[in-house]
Ligand binder design. Structure first.
Ligand SMILES: Nc1ncnc2c1ncn2[C@@H]1O[C@H](COP(=O)(O)OP(=O)(O)O)[C@@H](O)[C@H]1O
Ligand SMILES: [Mg+2]
Length: 244
């Protein structure tokens, strides 16, 4: 089984959710490996933070070239970083790596680059890649001003491509000053065709995923992963509300 962790933006908790899921799957007795098809932003130590966290949360170790086929230096949108290095990100390279990961673990959790429509090359964007990978999507939404619009637009874009939105996670650890998390969860839940599968509070050492795992509804996630999720249904992933 495989799952793609996508987000409404960058720096909103995709790595935290990916690591939390990997640990929660392992706790359920499943072998789980993480994948970050495109990493951008090398550290002074010559590593990539997301990749380090994802690899340490995985219960199965994978070849670097499979866990992260494209490792780019610049901390920029992937198509800029790739272009600057003379690299063209190719879908078939990523799909072959994903295929190998699916053979070594029961669950593959893939962290998308940036938000759902981020360009990867002149021809390819993250949404195209999501479609080619065929993994249901878990959308991470940071609880902050503007997030309702971003969540609904992303759900609409997912449904337009006929992709399955398994659920969404409200991340209340991004903006400590945001005071309307409960109302925001209700507002998004009433308008999106996918369940909220977790509300993450502000966590200590969030990137390691240990504490995040406790806040995910793994029964719901595993039920959806084991049975096909309803695909986009023409209402573009959002509930149409009638005026009274
Ligand atoms: N629930 C949370 N509690 C505390 N810190 C968080 C939480 N979610 C994310 N963070 C922190 O916010 C930053 C961005 O999160 P990250 O998962 O790296 O985002 P993304 O992968 O979407 O770019 C990281 O420093 C991460 O540790
Ligand atoms: Mg990340």
């Amino acid at each position: 089984m495989k799952l793609l962790v996508s987000g409404t933006d960058t720096e909103i908790g995709k790595t935290v959710v990916t690591c939390s899921l990997l640990r929660a799957l392992h706790a359920r007795g499943l072998t789980a490996v993480g994948m970050k098809p495109v990493c951008a932003g090398i550290t002074a130590q010559g590593t990539w933070d997301d990749l380090e966290h994802i690899r340490s949360a995985s219960s199965v170790s994978a070849a670097l070239a499979d866990a992260a086929p494209y490792r780019l230096s610049a901390p920029a949108s992937p198509h800029f970083a790739a272009h600057e290095e003379g690299v063209t990100i190719q879908e078939d390279v990523i799909l072959a790596a994903l295929d190998r990961l699916e053979r070594i673990a029961e669950a593959v959790v893939i962290e998308g680059a940036g938000g759902f429509r981020v360009p990867l090359s002149a021809q390819l964007d993250s949404a195209d890649l999501a479609k080619a990978m065929g993994a249901p999507i878990l959308l991470v939404v940071p609880m902050r001003l503007g997030c309702i619009n971003h969540a609904l637009l992303t759900a609409e874009a997912v449904a337009r491509r006929g992709l399955a939105l398994l659920g969404w996670v409200a991340n209340a650890g991004i903006d400590p000053d945001y005071s309307r998390t409960a109302q925001t969860v209700d507002t998004i839940s009433g308008r999106i065709h996918a369940p909220c599968v977790g509300v993450l509070p502000r966590l200590v050492h969030a990137e390691f995923g240990q504490s995040g795992a406790d806040h995910l509804n793994m029964d719901l996630i595993l039920r959806h992963l084991r049975s096909p999720v309803e695909r986009g249904n023409g209402s573009h992933g959002v509930t149409q509300r009638r005026s009274p």
